[in-house]
Design a protein around this ligand. Structure first.
Ligand SMILES: Nc1nc2c(ncn2[C@@H]2O[C@H](COP(=O)(O)OP(=O)(O)OP(=O)(O)O)[C@@H](O)[C@H]2O)c(=O)[nH]1
Ligand SMILES: [Mg+2]
Length: 422
């Protein structure tokens, strides 16, 4: 899909779940122009679109001079071949499109490796398709001569697949190394416990804009999909966020990769650091674009993913639903949303995030517990590991042990429960 501005795509969708509007935005993110669309309730096994629709597609393609057909779902190799043959135009599917976007936006080495892995995973079951394609070019006679050429031997395909699998193993190994390095960095950040907040949400919700607004960072934000492909963590100083110099705690905020409907399974790896960040966070800000026509669906998709990684019900109490882009709403719509989602905070990341900041501090306070502990001298390690983990208000050596008054992060409350005296 190079020579991007030249591409003129027709969008096609078949089946119950069709999101051609979003597919069009994905296409435009890569600079691909959209010149038409066709959709159908029934999904055809052989050619994705039914035979009649494929004929319609062929004449539309001629009429609008299309160079590309984009399918809203992942196609099998043979569906893509049939669609390509019948439309007379090159075919790409939603998965390829998203992988291309990830490829174009990947900046750090982990994201690049993850994209490479996704690409190989996509190619693996299609190894035969690749060969057919080559064969056709060698034959030089287009589709007519194809039946006459003998297919490549099964051995060749097997060899090909072995090579792909071998490459995938190498990349996975490198990714594991990257992850280990990331954990070391994360642990360093954790020294001197600071509450953590993860910004999670649908792609283009405004997560990075919120991060910038909270922390004064200048991460890149764009009105296209999957601008951010890596997690970034920034410190927000309680004092500066408050402006009044009072004793609000510092916290760290992590920006993550956005979600999307029908997420290609090949890209799940790209979300692992996002999911880790969400699972480890004390507080999750579920960001949504309040001006989206699909607001409810976009929130649901993120909630479903979160539910699968959060350990228990109690965790969900620490999610702050945040409706962003308030400035794009009419007064009526704002009122309607406040009624429908009373627990959410409404902000405009470009101009006004005070409501979100206050809510974050309120939740941090709720989650921290100030307690008195008596730790016997024999449990010396338990006492010393409080440093860097808790806020320590007082410490007294007594004959039975060390008595401390501390404010604990939620993650440590359980561990210190046995020593609690008040
Ligand atoms: N009008 C308006 N636009 C906003 C607001 N917040 C963000 N945007 C715009 O929305 C677009 C997406 O913002 P990002 O911060 O890149 O969104 P994101 O959630 O990080 O997106 P990905 O990284 O692609 O998942 C950008 O063009 C922002 O300028 C807002 O409050 N109001
Ligand atoms: Mg972003």
């Amino acid at each position: 899909m190079n020579g991007e501005m030249e591409e003129r795509a027709i969008l096609v969708g078949a089946g119950d779940e069709r999101y051609l509007g979003e597919l069009g935005r994905l296409a435009r993110t890569l600079g691909v122009g959209v010149v038409g669309s066709l959709e159908q309730q029934r999904r055809d096994n052989a050619g994705y679109l039914g035979k009649g629709k494929r004929e319609e597609l062929a004449s539309l393609a001629r009429e609008v001079d299309a160079t590309l057909v984009l399918a809203d779902d992942e196609l099998t190799a043979s569906q893509a071949r049939v669609l390509e043959r019948d439309s007379g135009v090159r075919v790409a599917d939603r998965t390829q499109l998203i992988i291309r976007i990830f490829e174009a936006h990947a900046r750090d080495s982990a994201s690049k490796l993850q994209v490479e892995l996704a690409e190989l995973e996509y190619t693996l079951p299609r190894a035969r398709g690749m060969w057919t394609h080559l064969e056709r070019q060698e034959g030089g006679g287009g589709s007519a001569s194809r039946g006459a050429t003998r297919g490549p031997g099964e051995q060749q395909i097997e060899y090909d697949r072995r090579v792909i699998r071998e490459k995938m193993r190498t990349i996975r190994r490198k990714l594991d190394e990257e992850k280990a390095a990331r954990q070391v960095r994360g642990a360093r950040l954790k020294e001197g416990y600071t509450p953590t907040v993860a910004l999670v949400g649908y792609t283009n919700a405004g997560k990075t804009t919120i991060l910038n607004s909270l922390s004064g960072a200048r991460r890149s934000t764009r009105d296209w999909l999957f601008e951010t492909l890596e997690t970034t963590t920034r410190l927000v100083e309680g004092k500066s966020a408050n402006g009044k110099g009072s004793s609000r705690p510092d916290f760290v905020v992590t920006d993550t990769v956005g979600f999307i409907r029908k997420l290609p399974t090949q890209l799940v790896e790209s979300f692992s650091s996002t999911l880790d960040a969400a699972a480890a966070a004390d507080i999750i800000v579920l960001c949504a674009d309040a001006s989206s026509d699909e607001l409810e669906a976009e929130i649901r998709i993120v909630e479903r993913t979160l539910a699968s990684i959060l350990k228990d019900e109690a965790d969900s109490r620490h999610i702050i639903p945040c409706l962003n882009k308030k400035d794009l709403l009419t007064g009526n719509r704002r009122e309607e949303l406040s009624r429908e989602m009373p627990q959410s905070v409404m902000v405009s990341a470009l101009s006004e995030t005070d409501g979100l900041i206050s809510e974050i501090f309120r939740r941090i306070e709720l989650k921290r517990q100030r307690i008195r502990l008596l730790i016997p001298h024999t449990d010396y390690v338990a006492a010393s590991s409080l440093y860097g983990l808790a806020e320590i208000h007082s410490r007294n050596e007594t004959t039975s042990g060390v008595e401390m008054e501390v404010t604990l992060p939620p993650s440590a409350v359980f561990k210190y429960e046995p020593y609690r005296i008040a």
